[in-house]
Design a protein around this ligand. Structure first.
Ligand SMILES: *[C@@H]1O[C@H](CO)[C@@H](O)[C@H](O)[C@H]1NC(C)=O
Ligand SMILES: *[C@@H]1O[C@H](CO)[C@@H](O)[C@H](O)[C@H]1NC(C)=O
Length: 443
């Protein structure tokens, strides 16, 4: 998205709102309130020079009109800013493009592209079947950039537009202002999902059409370096489930309500990947994706809780980090200062074990710190600090260290000489006693 265009559109909108005393201006206009969104029109065309397909992009505006056009009388959106940005004016009929569109417009990425029907006539109830030309269809995809949802709507050009094409077309059928109606919409929410192991997760996919239609549904999993794996298939014409993978489930009674969500039971590490929900109505297929990421929190333990050492003694501190996923992890041994306002020292002489993988795909590893006790360590805490993407804040496990002074050699010599002295005195007295008892008695 071109920021210049976004900014310009945003500013024009602000000026528009400020100009109207009845509108309360709030920061970060939502798509629902403004009913318009900066968008990129994207198509490919064959370059006349290189004869190769090239992508053409154009900044446009998506504008949702409020009322249905009658007798060729268009509902003229008064809020159309006086600029040169081409507008896709869409009648939001019943499909609900604005569902959950309360977020700040800056969080939404919007793209409009032609939908190539490969010359098949799309039979749609509200559309007349033209003898000479078929309808031009477009897709409009609105993506929440933080992965809350993705919505794709199928747009078809309003009938009167085709009969009376405006001059100065940007693309066959696209003029400075073009009118469309939204006929069919598919939405995945959330578009990015995290799950721990052994959980049941709902991959949310919903759809709506402007009429009761036969809808076929497929779920497919794509993984890096693997072929597409089919998980579920439902045929709209036979109303039958044609395929369902182990651990996958779709509630059939929910399908007529526009709910094609897939329940994946007892998640495993190998379930990670991109899930596509494919919804087909009258040979229009919308493919919406959901990214599933498996995350499992580590359990962290240390081999001792407190240590009492004599100066100079060595002790191995072991931090065991177990059963986490994915395998990237940060782990350190820290020496905590007594003053809590100071930053801990990161220990350098730490050895790491290699990572071990369990049968459920989780990883385990250890960090070893060989501690040589010195008096200045007395009363300090050594902490194993672990951070991982599954954690909201790092895990800390501490060992309190107490160090006693060793008995010095000088003291030892003094002690030995004292003992020797004492022994000498004792010996002398003993001899004297023996001599005195050995004396012959005077009688
Ligand atoms: C779809 O149906 C399932 C099962 O009844 C339900 O849990 C889920 O919330 C529904 N989703 C939507 C978007 O209605
Ligand atoms: C993964 O496997 C290990 C070792 O078998 C086990 O201790 C751990 O609890 C398992 N994790 C989950 C989430 O099942």
């Amino acid at each position: 998205m071109n920021y210049g265009a976004r900014f310009a559109a945003g500013c024009l909108l602000c000026i528009g709102l400020l100009g109207n005393p009845n509108v309360i201006v709030r920061a970060g206009p939502s798509f629902r309130r403004s009913r318009q969104l900066p968008c990129v029109f994207e198509t490919s065309k064959i370059s006349p020079l290189s004869k190769e397909a090239e992508i053409v992009r154009l900044n446009v505006r998506l504008l949702l009109s409020r009322t249905r056009s009658k007798d060729g009388q268009r509902s003229q959106p008064e809020s159309l800013p006086p600029d040169n940005i081409p507008s896709f004016i869409v009648e939001d009929s019943s499909v609900g493009i604005l569902q959950d569109a309360n977020e700040d417009m800056d969080m939404l990425d919007c793209r409009i592209s032609p939908y190539f029907t490969a010359d098949t006539q799309i039979i749609w109830p509200s559309r007349e079947i033209g003898a000479s030309s078929s309808d031009s269809w477009f897709t409009c995809t609105v993506k929440h950039t933080a992965g809350k949802y993705t919505t794709t709507a199928f747009l078809v050009q309003a009938q009167e537009e085709k009969e009376d094409p405006n001059p100065g077309q940007l693309f066959p059928g696209i003029a400075q202002q073009s009118h469309f109606s939204a006929q069919f919409l598919v939405r995945t929410a959330p578009a990015r999902l995290r799950s721990a192991l052994a959980r049941d997760v709902w991959l949310g996919c919903s759809f709506s059409t402007d009429h009761r239609a036969e809808v076929s549904i497929q779920w497919v999993l794509h993984q890096k370096g693997a072929r597409r794996q089919r998980l579920f298939a439902y045929s709209g014409s036979s109303k039958q489930v044609e395929y369902v993978a182990r651990r996958a489930e779709v509630v059939l009674e929910e399908i007529p309500k526009g709910n094609a969500s897939l329940l994946l039971r007892n998640t495993e590490v190998r379930d990670e990947g991109t899930y596509s929900c494919l919804v087909t109505v009258a040979s229009l297929t919308a493919e919406q994706t959901i990214q599933l990421q498996i995350e499992e929190k580590p359990t962290v333990t240390v081999n001792v809780n407190s240590l009492s050492l004599v100066e100079g003694e060595q002790h191995k501190l072991v931090c065991n980090i177990k059963h986490y996923y994915p395998h990237d992890i940060q782990a350190q041994w820290l020496r905590e200062p007594k003053d809590p306002s100071k930053v801990p020292d990161v220990m350098k002489n730490v050895l790491s074990s290699s990572k071990r993988q369990s049968s459920n795909g989780t990883y385990s590893s250890s960090r070893y710190l060989l501690l040589t006790a010195s008096l200045k360590d007395d009363g300090h805490k050594y902490t194993c600090w672990v951070d991982h993407q599954s954690l909201q804040s790092p895990i800390r496990r501490s060992v309190t260290v107490e160090v006693r002074e060793a008995i010095s050699t000088a003291w030892l010599l003094l002690l030995l000489s004292l003992i020797a002295c004492l022994a000498g005195i004792l010996c002398y007295h003993h001899k004297a006693l023996v001599r005195s008892t050995a004396k012959p008695k005077p009688y």
